[in-house]
Design a protein around this ligand. Structure first.
Ligand code: F6R
Length: 242
């Protein structure tokens, strides 16, 4: 695991340098796209480089990590809408090139199986962008998640619902209780993982990720077993590292 501690304004550029290097050698690359606030600096930079012609995603594909269950299509907080707004609408992905798990499916279990199938049919994820929750979750694999899990339905913890209430006008009751999420095993199949974390609120989770024992209690620690992980964090997020 490579840990890069850098001033926050440099984070977007560092992440997109990794994406650019991948696209240079593989224009048809498959990107794993996190939502939430952490990757926004990278999406900003990615859009800038696509729009000034330095990069193109025209032949690339994308898979989001997770989705709330039960938010109607087009709901501004659904991760489908968020990724469309923050990234897809601002770059040159081909229509339909970015997919996500279907939180509106009548059969959620079947939607999870289908999503795994879509990722593997695309050849797997080349570069997975991740954030990390204050409780150490990645995607929505909350503490206690199986370290080998695949895409499935999960219950969000009260902590995560409180953390995410900011996206729902501060109303924690509006945050769904369930989600579909790629599993830890699914994420571990990505060829390269780039995890972004900023701010003191992430310091405890980052400490566990980098220095803690591998445990389902801190799901991100499974990444210690991954052969190619790049962790890009600012000083406050690094504050508890030894
Ligand atoms: C989002 C996701 C989550 C977030 C995490 C951190 O698709 O999978 O694991 O990455 O909750 O969220 P932010 O970046 O908003 O602090």
């Amino acid at each position: 695991m490579e840990v890069i501690i850098t001033p926050a304004p440099a984070i977007g550029g560092l992440v997109v340098d990794q994406i650019g290097a991948l696209l240079d050698r593989k224009p048809t690359a498959v990107l794993g796209l996190a939502t939430g606030s952490s990757p926004l600096v990278a999406y900003e930079e990615l859009a800038a480089r696509v729009n000034d012609g330095r990069l193109s995603l025209a032949r690339a594909r994308g898979f989001t990590l997770d989705e709330y269950v039960g938010l109607p299509e087009g709901h501004p907080c659904s991760y489908r809408s968020v990724i469309d707004h923050e990234l897809v609408s601002r770059v040159d992905f081909a229509p339909g090139a970015v997919m996500g798990p279907d939180g509106t499916a009548p059969d959620l279990e079947a939607a999870c199986v289908q999503y795994e199938h879509e990722i593997s049919t695309a050849g797997g994820v080349d570069l997975q962008i991740l954030g990390i929750g204050t409780d150490g979750h990645i995607a929505f694999n909350e503490p206690g998640s199986s370290l080998a899990s695949r895409t499935r339905v999960k219950t969000l913890t009260d902590q995560t619902r409180r953390d995410n209430a900011r996206f729902f006008d501060g109303d924690v009751d509006a945050v769904p209780r369930h989600c579909l999420t790629q599993g830890l095993g699914t994420i571990m199949d990505a060829r390269h993982v780039v995890l972004v974390a900023t701010g003191r609120g992430k310091a405890a989770a980052v400490r566990q990720l980098v220095e803690g024992a591998v445990s389902a209690l801190w799901p991100a620690t499974i990444l210690q077993h991954h052969p190619h992980v790049t962790v890009v964090i600012d000083e406050p997020a690094a504050a508890q590292l030894e």
